[in-house]
Design a protein around this ligand. Sequence first.
Ligand code: FAD
Ligand code: SF4
Ligand code: SF4
Length: 499
Amino acid sequence: MSEYISKEILAQKATEEYTKLQQKLSEGALSPKDRAAIPQQEMPTGEPKVRARQMSEVALGYTKEQAIVEANRCLQCKNQPCVSGCPVSVPIPQFIAHVAKGDFKKAVDTIKTTNLLPSICGRVCPQEKQCQSQCTVGKMFKDVDKSVSIGRLERFVADYERENGLETLQKVAAPTGKKVAVVGSGPAGLTVAADTRRAGHDVTVFEAFHKCGGVMVYGIPEFRLPKDIVCNEVENLKKMGVKFENNFLVGRTETLPQLLKDKGYDAAFIGTGAGLPKFMHIEGENLIGVFSANEYLTRANLMKGYDVKNAATPIYKAKKVVVCGAGNVAMDASRMALRLGAEESVVVYRRTQVEMPARKEEVEHAMQEGVQFHFLENPSRILADENGRVRAVELLSYKLGEPDASGRRRPIAIEGSEHELECDAVVVALGNGSNPLMKQTTPGLEVNKRGNITVDESAQTSIPTVYAGGDIVLGAATVILAMGEGRKAAASINKLLVN
Ligand code: FAD
Ligand code: SF4
Ligand code: SF4
């Protein structure tokens, strides 16, 4: 775990580096060696023990000086390997060159040519596995963590634009008279709405929840992605003329065939995500005090359950919460438990830290905040007290064997190693599958054996005017992949509706 450094010290160091940088630049162009010698700018964060009890954002964002110093680490590689690591091919060297010169507005405009939601992607993209994994600077140091901080720079310029009132709305073409229905308002649906509206179509987004944004609003916590940022993007779409129908569950309120035939929609996009939680199927999983991570996080995020005085949604009070799983969802749930008042929060995972699928930064933040980790252990039963409430989990110890099909070493249970870990709540964070409602209520809509909608390379489903993308097609994936799918689907819809 890396040592915590306060934002004041980081800002002071950045000022010194900035002064040195300006001096060097005044003497002439920097060589690659000079650039490699510039220290990477860390992301300032709140003090761990304080932030662990608050909902406010943990990562505080770069200052102008930090952004300019970091951007000057970029070597402007001619073959731009970083771009190949980005699912939507953001023109990375070009936007960073603008940041290096302090032209932040030009930088964000450059990003927005391919990525509509940079303030969100800059915060939640798994950059170390995507753009930054390909960065030449990281490769020079043989350490991906030393790559140019592309995501942090993306976040900085997008925040700069929003906070300084510099946002401009996308241009909308003349009305085409064609209607597009978008089912689901996650990143996939919002992207389709923006791109089809820009082409001049009459676009309505149908969303089951009372707020728009999908997992960005109900799953990813406020302390990682402030909800105001997502709401701002939705408001921008409204200003462009996109209509939103909330509390509208397609398949129950009205079915997709009804929208297409009776309401005259010419094309539809399904972006309903992967909202069906997976469980462990072990004894005790239906006890009072056991939650899916989805329910736990939705109560806290969407229904503001943490605001005990004002929220109508009850939160289950627990002193010690055990979270099962090791992905981003598990990190969010374990950190949320502390913010909901738990004295202890424990992550239980049957492999080791090396195999954890969660983003490294999220794991570090959880550790700094005091989340405990029990590696090489997995629940075999959940145990009840006399009132049917959780009192403990029974854990089995594990050891690692040979790598399995996923390339990770296979966990092997150690016979007779059962032991108890006392707790009063258990959160199951093992991932999500697809909700079968759209399939059940849309005759002719084909899905694969996992229940994901099948599409061709143009994102078209088995129904010619219906397209799909995001988690409902890919299985639980990422925000940027959902956006990428949305862009592809919108291009196909726009092509279809030209005729
Ligand atoms: P979603 O975001 O799931 O949106 C689907 C929307 O459709 C929802 O609003 C839902 O209410 C609505 N809907 C569903 N059915 C219907 C219906 N029948 N009628 C009307 N509306 C309907 N990804 C990252 O890149 N980085 C992260 O750090 C990250 N952290 C995550 C943390 C958590 C807790 C979770 C759960 C996921 C995380 N992800 C992360 C994954 C990412 O959020 C998803 O991959 C992404 O949101 C998928 O986008 P989507 O548009 O396909 O669907
Ligand atoms: Fe990297 Fe994500 Fe930005 Fe692409 S969108 S450049 S992957 S942070
Ligand atoms: Fe800059 Fe790294 Fe991309 Fe090269 S690979 S252009 S150093 S961000």
